[in-house]
Ligand binder design. Structure first.
Ligand code: NDP
Length: 450
């Protein structure tokens, strides 16, 4: 049995109930087979790299507005700190469990390495659902969460950020509690902060913008661009909103968005005014996309339970940007996009395409960007936020955007070059895995067996 199969079998044997983690591990290990054949000294690193350095699991009790007590689970996975402090978001969603957070933390290790910045990989969160909760309830939950997490994080140790269900409001409440407990204004301990207390311009935009920059680079390899292109976007949260904005900036036409209840199709294109009302609906009124159904030119379709296919992926588009959640686009849905001659797919979310979907795109010659490369702009800009915090300076919008764009162009270049080196030209999954792995693996070897 080859070393990667041996390692994968041991991962499955040790944690048989963690399918998302297995999926993420296999996707990386599969790419490493030719690397290990050429550089056998990486074998021991592969055995270590699939095991988190530390997994923290804690109780989060909180009281709702009616006085009733609830208990949620809190987690922080400190997966790999070889190249820098652990870095990765916090997710608040009822589906959160150890498998999902381990998959996200594992992905984060390679993603952060690809950015070229000194950041290790981590992830955390809770099975708390912020949907339908009052601001006061969210605040009490965040405070209780931080009452345990604070002792495990720090600006040189572990720097959490947002993810699904954790935006500026939640980061603010958590930062406030951290500051109180530490009795220290340690601004670099969390990223995604408000501009008034150490946040960076462009951080909210960064993941969506970065994803579109990466897709632009892929399209350019085929002499194509976003100008006049139709684009299917899923999700309507942080990543999806700013992906749509950058598509508009580059002359493209976003025609779909979604939430967990359904999706909208706007054949004439979501313009800036409509995008502004979607942002207001989601970020301020915290409503549902179904409320857009009555607008001119908008068709709303309610989500159907599986195994129904998501009709959003049946819309005829040039580019698809899945920006909602993991495994939201399966093999059959990929086949619909391929049948409509989609040119490029870039993952804004983490692992939104199932392995069958990725294979369908690659077999059809569709340009495909894995999230660890195409959504790395968010964490890269979090890294830029940490730099500004250390310098006690704030860079302008243009300055941060320019750095973000350069980082995305470099990630594209490095992933493409690693793929070419192994005769896998155009295979961004392979290229991103190999380029991300090498830096972390070399650092782990240099630091000895720890
Ligand atoms: P948000 O919470 O802002 O938005 C998530 C969006 O996805 C919402 O529209 C939500 O709909 C939808 N969604 C969530 N879960 C499901 C589900 N199970 N089925 C269908 N739709 C769902 O999160 P973000 O935009 O921050 O994150 C989206 C993805 O991008 C995630 O995979 C995240 O890990 C990834 N990512 C985020 C980064 C960031 O900087 N924020 C950085 C890199 C990756 P609803 O409101 O109905 O729940």
């Amino acid at each position: 049995m080859s070393i990667v199969h041996e390692v994968f079998e041991s991962v499955k044997r040790r944690d048989p109930d963690q399918p998302e983690f297995h999926q993420a591990v296999w996707e990386v290990l599969e790419s490493l087979e030719p690397v290990l054949a050429k550089h056998p000294h990486y074998a021991d690193v592969v055995k270590r790299i699939v095991e988190p350095e530390r997994l923290i699991h804690f109780r989060v009790p909180w009281v709702d507005d009616s006085g009733a007590m609830h208990v949620n689970r809190g987690f922080r996975i400190q997966f790999n700190g070889a190249i820098g402090p652990y870095k990765g978001g916090l997710r608040f969603h009822p589906s959160v469990n150890a498998s999902i957070l381990k998959f996200l933390a594992f992905e984060q290790v390679f993603k952060n390495s690809l950015t070229g910045l000194a950041m290790g990989g981590g992830k955390g969160g809770s099975d708390f659902d912020p949907k339908g909760k009052s601001d006061a309830e969210v605040m009490r939950f965040c405070q209780s969460f931080m009452m345990e997490l604070w002792r495990h994080i720090g600006h040189n140790l572990d720097v959490p950020a947002g993810d699904i269900g954790v935006g500026g409001r939640e980061i603010g409440y958590m930062f406030g509690m951290y500051r109180k407990l530490r009795n220290d204004h340690e601004s670099g301990v969390l990223t995604g902060k408000g501009l008034d207390y150490g946040g960076s311009l462009i951080r909210p935009e960064a993941t969506g913008y970065g994803c579109v920059y990466f897709a632009r680079e892929m399209l350019a390899t085929k002499g194509k661009s976003f100008d006049g292109a139709t684009v299917a976007i899923s999700g309507s949260g942080n990543v999806a909103q700013f992906a749509a904005e950058k598509v508009l900036d580059l002359g493209g036409k976003p025609v779909t968005m979604s939430d967990s209840s359904g999706w909208i199709h706007v054949p004439g294109g979501i313009d800036r005014a409509m995008l502004a009302s979607i942002m207001d609906l989601k970020n301020n009124r915290r409503g549902r996309l179904s409320e857009m159904a009555s607008m001119d030119g908008v068709t709303y379709t309610a989500a159907q339970p599986e195994p129904s296919l998501n009709g959003l992926w049946g819309v005829n588009v040039d580019v698809a940007l899945p920006c909602a959640t993991q495994n939201e686009l399966n093999g059959e849905e990929a086949a619909m996009l391929v049948a409509n001659q989609v040119i490029a797919v870039a993952e804004g979310a983490n692992m939104p395409c199932t392995p069958e979907a990725v294979t369908a795109f690659q077999n059809a010659g569709v340009l495909f960007a894995p999230g660890k490369a195409s959504n790395a702009g968010g964490v890269a800009t979090s890294g830029l936020e940490m730099s500004q915090n250390s310098l006690r300076l704030s860079w302008t919008r243009e300055e941060v955007d320019e750095r973000l764009e350069t980082i995305m162009v470099n990630i594209h270049k490095n992933a493409a070059a690693a793929a070419k080196e192994y005769g896998r030209e155009g295979d961004y999954v392979f290229g991103a895995n190999v380029a991300g792995f090498r830096k972390v693996a070399d650092a782990m070897i240099a630091q000895g067996i720890v």
